[in-house]
Write a protein that binds this ligand. Structure first.
Ligand code: F0G
Length: 454
């Protein structure tokens, strides 16, 4: 075998001595049968590329085999059965694809590994993004791995402290700005005109490439049986665009022979795409191109699901194209529906951040409206981990979570959400009798609540 044949493998693997005291490493094109240094046995060791749930799908990624990838072992996230959430939605079964199990706790990592790799290839010195928190945390981590300077723009006081903490710890330059995410997004696009600065918001098509591999990973976990519906939250619309691209490419390649219906769920107070979708004449718009100003931005987006508090989503055209191509829908749900759905997901032992729970809330609505049949196969994509926003969770369970309420006369007040699945901590005497008494009362209450979920 000539050296040329092993060139590609050399980028992904090496030969290593198994002796712990030696562990010497040799290139793949060296013709060896034992370790030249100590005589030990050799074994082939694969490089991290193969441990990544993104780069294992490199056949559909636009990078050369020897690209110097920046990876944290992203992807390979679990697909859970969620019987309580299924029952809550009125479905026979429901599966949750938990993208919050990525290295920085959100789906952003699957895209960031590709975008930061591209930044390195382009010779960028500084990588930047505007963010509601998760993109920032993810970029900060991948930039640290690549030793690039990283600047993040976040709407001051409007993102969860857990996400801010991540960006600070990973060494990013954190810029808290006045105004909301949409404003930060406009500023950052201006900044990215600079030669040395590389923008990695989801407007960046390389990030979408990384994120699209989730479609292949999900299908593999479903043994390549295509689910009837895949439901995702919608904010800046990168995730829905990426999943749509992933499924459509696999369909065009002949890997799958039908498409799942891709549905996007927004929060009522930040739902520009749901508003547009409701106005579309579906029969004609599937083919007629929409003008750039067809989407009317929400000037002051509002939601406690801060990750998706976005009024002017950058990638709306790509995501709408995917929804229309697959026969899905775009809808929005209330703050109370999001909060209760989040608590129900928690009762399946899974747990996610508020934005992710729009999916289960949306599915419940679509089942009630007859758009999803009880027997159909449905996957909800959870985008962020429960611990991304612990303040929200604690306020929900203590019943101190409130959201703005608009009255018919135009006035606005804060109203308690009064969640249906609250589970506040109890204060009691530290005695055996008090604890046993509390446990038996809690068991009785759980039995009374049971019919809703079990
Ligand atoms: N879920 C979570 C947890 C998110 O952080 C985001 C977006 C979304 C859903 C919506 O995804 O924007 O691709 O439609 N967060 C961005 C950020 C905007 O800056 O972290 P999308």
């Amino acid at each position: 075998m000539g050296k040329g044949t092993t060139k590609i493998a050399a980028e992904r693997a090496s030969q290593r001595c198994i002796e712990p005291a030696c562990g010497a490493s040799y290139a793949m094109d060296e013709r060896l049968y034992s370790c030249p240094r100590c005589g030990g046995l050799l074994e082939i060791v694969l490089r991290p590329r193969d441990a990544s749930g993104v780069w294992r799908y490199r056949e559909v990624l636009p990078f050369a085999d020897d690209a110097p990838i920046v990876t944290l072992g992203e992807g390979n996230t679990p697909l859970y059965d969620a019987p309580r959430s299924a029952r809550y939605c009125g479905l026979r079964a429901l599966q949750l694809k938990h993208q919050g199990c990525n290295p920085t706790g959100s789906f952003k990592d699957t895209g960031m590994t590709a975008a930061v790799t591209q930044a390195v290839l382009l010779g960028a010195r500084t990588v930047v993004c505007a963010s509601t928190g998760n993109t920032a945390a993810s970029l900060a981590a991948y930039a640290a791995r690549a030793r690039l300077q990283c600047a993040i723009l976040v709407p001051g006081g409007q993102i969860s402290s857990a996400k801010l903490a991540q960006s600070m710890d990973y060494g990013a330059v954190v810029l808290e700005m006045e105004g909301n995410f949409d404003y930060a997004m406009r500023v950052i696009r201006d900044l990215a005109e600079e030669e040395s600065i590389y923008l990695v918001n989801s407007i960046n098509p390389f990030r979408i490439e990384g994120q699209k591999t989730v479609a292949a990973e999900l299908l593999r976990q479903c043994a390549w049986r295509v689910p009837d519906h895949v439901v995702v939250p919608g904010g800046n619309m990168g995730n829905s665009s990426a999943l749509g691209k992933g499924f459509l490419e696999l369909f065009e390649l002949g890997v799958i022979n039908r498409l799942p219906k891709l549905t996007i769920v927004q929060a009522d107070g930040a739902a520009p795409l749901a508003h547009l979708f409701a106005k579309l004449d579906l029969k004609s718009s599937a083919h007629a191109p929409l003008s750039n100003d067809a989407l009317v931005p929400v000037e002051h987006p509002e939601t406690l699901a801060t990750a998706i508090k976005i009024g002017s989503p950058v990638s709306w055209k790509k995501s709408l194209r995917a929804v229309l191509a697959t026969g899905g829908q775009v809808l929005s749900v209330s703050e109370r529906e999001i909060a209760d759905a989040k608590a129900v997901i928690g009762r399946d032992g899974v747990g996610c951040e508020p934005a992710s729970a729009t999916t289960v809330a949306g599915i419940k609505r679509l089942v009630a409206a007859g758009h999803i049949e009880a027997e159909e196969s449905v996957v909800a994509v959870l985008t962020g981990h429960l611990l991304k926003d612990p303040d929200y969770v604690i306020h929900y369970h203590r019943n101190t979570l409130s959201a703005p309420h608009h009255s018919a006369d135009g006035s606005q007040q804060e109203r308690s959400l009064n969640g249906a699945f609250r589970n506040p901590p109890a204060r009691l005497q530290a005695t055996k009798a008090a604890i046993l008494d509390h446990l038996s009362r809690a068991a009785e209450e759980a039995k009374a609540d049971g019919p809703q979920l079990d």
